[in-house]
Design a protein around this ligand. Structure first.
Ligand code: NDP
Length: 449
């Protein structure tokens, strides 16, 4: 049995919090955490991806609390969120994430702490700081924070222009252990950001990974660099990435063309003011016929986009489905335009007709999560009420595996939250008057629950 965090949480969340008092309170020896087990990495051997079920491999176990190192912080996550990377971890694809932890373990003494027989998942969290390690000066026990998942030391030169280029950059809770779906989580001080004051724990916990990724892909200086008036084709526009991409495109004075797969999703986008929406299911695009792509279907799709835009092609295609859509994405992009990609959900060996790329001077730009500054700017937009959470459903920690399966089946919309130390939904709001100002926007996505 894990000991409850009760007194520690009470002190850390007190309105007149005393950081020294919180720091002096004892930590429990063990905690509850959502984990995959090393002993089970062969569990799904021989099964097709679709048939691998996270409900069989993602468990809530009682595990030891990690020791704190330099520049690190222990937070008590009040809530966390599901990301697609937890689906990959729990079906052990494309490889068991223990491979990352073993590699980390070989790197240094501090890395060795991560190389365990269990992997605590979760790459998003909102919570409260309970301990700071040596060298942490910007954060104190009692600070309410959101966490971004770029875990990087910056010891080498490569990352000092853009920390995503650091050779030892890792995604927290995926390529490191001690992620957000645990009563205590280990992060670096430079992963913390102030929690937006009008949000609940579960709303704040579902922001960073997909919002900051979308921010870098579209807005930051490192990828597509969207500008006013750009036409942006957004695949999966009500998914984790797409739900934020759509808002960023609208905010930036660009023109979203959103692709989704149900009338309910179309309706949600319309209620957000998106005029150009394609229901890929209803319109039945079949870009692949077995092993061959269907250029006729690319053309039909391109024609449909032009109908919606008054004859224009996308300046930017926001790509992540990968193999299923990449050929079409390259085809429909405007001459000189950009396909920005951060993922390959449907398969990572992409095929496209290169004549459409080079003859039309298009660019494929790779993007991956975000550096601290990009994540911070994205978080700031939320605090300003310019971007809103896209949470649709919240699960208890014991329901994390069910939530992972829902995402694996593409039976969700927006983000799925997980309560960790919070005892119910709706807790954690610091500024109720500010929340009231954004009440309508905060409720919109919950309609898709
Ligand atoms: P979600 O599942 O929340 O959303 C993805 C959406 O894409 C789905 O809702 C679906 O929308 C659409 N989609 C899925 N498959 C296809 C397909 N075959 N053809 C067309 N559309 C499809 O996932 P996320 O948005 O959170 O993540 C998407 C991918 O991006 C994942 O693989 C994830 O691992 C990766 N990722 C990468 C990051 C990085 O930093 N590199 C960061 C975040 C995510 P609909 O059915 O409505 O069309």
């Amino acid at each position: 049995m894990a000991e409850p965090l009760g007194a520690l949480l009470d002190a850390a969340l007190a309105p007149d919090v005393d950081p020294a008092e919180v720091a002096a309170l004892p930590l429990p020896g063990q905690m509850r955490a959502a984990v995959v087990r090393k002993s089970e990495v062969e569990r799904f051997a021989g099964l097709a991806t679709h048939d691998k079920d996270p409900r069989e491999s993602l468990h809530v176990d009682v595990v030891p609390i990690p020791p704190l190192g330099p520049n690190e912080v222990l937070i008590a996550p009040m809530a966390s969120a599901l990301n697609f990377n937890t689906v990959w971890t729990s079906i052990f694809e494309p490889l068991p994430t223990f491979v990352f932890l073993e590699r980390f373990g070989r790197e240094s003494d501090l890395g060795r702490r991560h190389d365990l027989d269990h992997h605590i998942v979760g790459s998003d969290a909102a919570g409260v700081v309970v301990r700071t390690g040596p060298g942490v000066t910007r954060w104190r026990p009692g600070d309410r924070v959101t966490v971004h998942c770029n875990a990087v030391d910056m010891e080498g030169p490569e990352g000092h222009d853009d920390s995503m280029l650091d050779a030892r950059q890792r995604i927290w809770g995926f390529e490191t252990n001690f992620g957000g779906m645990a009563e205590l989580a280990l992060v670096k001080g430079n992963q913390l950001m102030p929690m937006p004051t009008h949000l609940t724990w579960e709303e704040a916990a579902c922001l960073s990974l997909t919002l900051a990724t979308s921010y870098r892909m579209l807005v930051g200086r490192n990828a597509a660099r969207m500008k006013q008036g750009d036409i942006v084709l957004i695949w999966g526009a009500t998914g984790g990435l797409g739900g934020f991409a759509t808002q960023l495109v609208q905010n930036g004075g660009a023109i979203p063309v959103c692709v989704v797969s149900s009338p309910e999703k179309v309706e949600l986008l319309r209620s957000l003011g998106v005029e150009r929406v394609i229901d890929r299911q209803a319109e039945g695009y079949a870009f692949w016929d077995g092993d061959r792509q269907e250029p006729r279907e690319w053309r039909r799709f391109g024609k449909r986009i032009r109908e919606l835009t008054g004859g224009e092609d996308p300046d930017i295609v926001f790509e992540h489905p990968g193999r299923a859509t990449f050929g079409a994405s390259v085809f429909v992009t405007r001459r000189g335009g950009t396909i920005v990609t951060c993922a390959s959900t449907s398969g990572y060996v992409h095929e496209y007709d290169n004549r459409y790329l080079w003859m039309n001077l298009k660019r494929v730009v790779a993007s991956h999560f975000a550096n601290y500054k990009e994540a911070w700017e994205a978080n700031r937009l939320v605090d300003l009420g310019m971007i809103h959470p896209i949470l649709t459903r919240t699960y208890p920690l014991e329901g994390a595996a069910e939530a992972a399966q829902v995402i694996h089946r593409n039976a969700h919309a927006g983000k799925l939250g997980v309560l960790v130390n919070a005892t119910a939904e709706g807790q954690g709001v610091q500024d109720p008057a500010k929340r009231e100002r954004f009440a309508a926007a905060l409720d919109t996505w919950k309609r898709l629950a």
